[in-house]
Write a protein that binds this ligand. Structure first.
Ligand SMILES: Cc1cc2nc3c(=O)[nH]c(=O)nc-3n(C[C@H](O)[C@H](O)[C@H](O)COP(=O)(O)O)c2cc1C
Length: 336
């Protein structure tokens, strides 16, 4: 059924198909039809970062950047919805075309560049949602904020998002905002995380509840880099690590149409690289900080591999685009 729908959708440009699918899903949900079309998942509750998730399989950031489709996406049976990346101020992102399909590898290359209606718009959407499950807000920096001042943007994000979310993801791993990934290293990382933890403590006092902070990292890291980052995460008592974002590597897609487009590659080609990062992180974090595994999950086996590597929760994006709702339930069959 989805494969038929997919061949129709894939005749449209990727970005048109994206908006059309999400708007259609939202209309079906508002008409009360979606719940009749999708089988409710079997509850498999799990507590991670102090939060109770109904199952381990969530939606990764970037599909609903502005929080406009939360209720419709939640109706598909995800255990968690992560919205964003949101920037403090609205920005259009990179010029189109900026999204490319590589169907032979069930992959996508994107260089969206944080198209965002801004954090005020996003929290307004969240305030209107009916969804009562777990929501994450993923925050980033504006394109025109110099990397030296990135901390200011993340502090605005956390401050504005805090009262509206169950957890906050700090995205320092998008390859499409120049300089962003430099925040993953050395002093920059220490300084950023220390500032975020201080703000979290201040807001926890103010609101009288604690919102965990997860850091989202790239797959393009070697084992030494992962070891150093892990020390900083432990030192700063970060609440969760999301591994991974998209890759800059093109090794697995050489020769395919669009393979040379700039941007981050996701889907099947990133599966092993992302699982490797999870394994390495797990060794260093030794269960003290939970890992959310994401990157090329396209089957029950991929989901199982991520859990076996040390992930406590999972997220999907590209696999969902290629396989539809069925993939959510397939991934829910993987057991910890
Ligand atoms: C079109 C597109 C847009 C994305 N936008 C974001 C984003 O705004 N923030 C973010 O943290 N990750 C973003 N991602 C990365 C995904 O959340 C995920 O980490 C990555 O694609 C690997 O998972 P996958 O192979 O299941 O897609 C995006 C991915 C795609 C394909």
């Amino acid at each position: 059924m989805y494969s038929l729908l997919r061949s129709a959708l894939f005749r449209l440009s990727p970005e048109t198909a994206h908006h059309f699918s999400l708007k259609s899903l939202r209309s079906l949900d508002r008409l009360g039809l979606l719940k009749h079309l999708v089988k409710a998942p079997t509850p498999q509750p799990v507590t991670v970062m102090g939060l109770d998730f109904p199952n381990r399989v969530g939606l990764a950031a970037g599909l609903d950047k502005d929080g406009e489709y939360i209720d419709a996406l939640a109706a598909l049976g995800f255990g968690c919805i992560e919205i964003g990346t949101v920037t403090p101020r609205s920005q259009v992102g990179n010029p189109q075309p900026r999204l490319f399909r590589l169907p032979q590898s069930e992959a996508i290359i994107n260089r969206m560049g944080f198209n965002s209606k801004g954090v005020d718009y996003l929290v307004h959407q969240v305030a209107q949602m009916k969804y009562q499950g777990i929501l994450g807000i993923n925050i980033g920096k504006n394109f025109d904020t110099p990397v030296e001042n990135a901390i200011d943007d993340y502090l605005i994000g956390i401050q504005r998002a805090y009262a509206y979310t169950n957890y906050i993801t700090v995205n320092i791993s998008s390859p499409n905002t120049p300089g962003l990934r430099t925040l993953q290293y050395g002093d920059e990382l220490q300084k950023l995380l220390a500032a975020l933890k201080a703000k979290q403590a201040e807001l926890a006092d103010l609101f009288n509840y604690y919102v965990p902070i997860a850091i989202k990292i790239a797959p393009d890291l070697d084992s030494d880099e992962i070891a150093i980052m892990s020390e900083v995460f432990l030192d700063q008592k970060i609440d969760g690590v999301i591994a991974t974002n998209t890759t800059l590597s093109r090794e697995a897609v050489q020769g395919q149409q669009y393979a040379q487009e700039q941007g981050g590659l996701s889907g099947r080609p990133v599966t092993q690289q992302s699982t490797y990062v999870i394994q390495q992180l797990h060794q260093h974090l030794a269960g003290q900080i939970p890992i959310i595994g994401v990157g090329g999950i396209s089957s029950t086996q991929d989901a199982q591999d991520k859990l076996d590597a040390g992930a406590s929760l999972l997220q999907i994006y590209t696999g969902f685009v290629y396989q539809g709702v069925d993939l959510i339930q397939q991934c829910q069959q993987a057991k910890k």
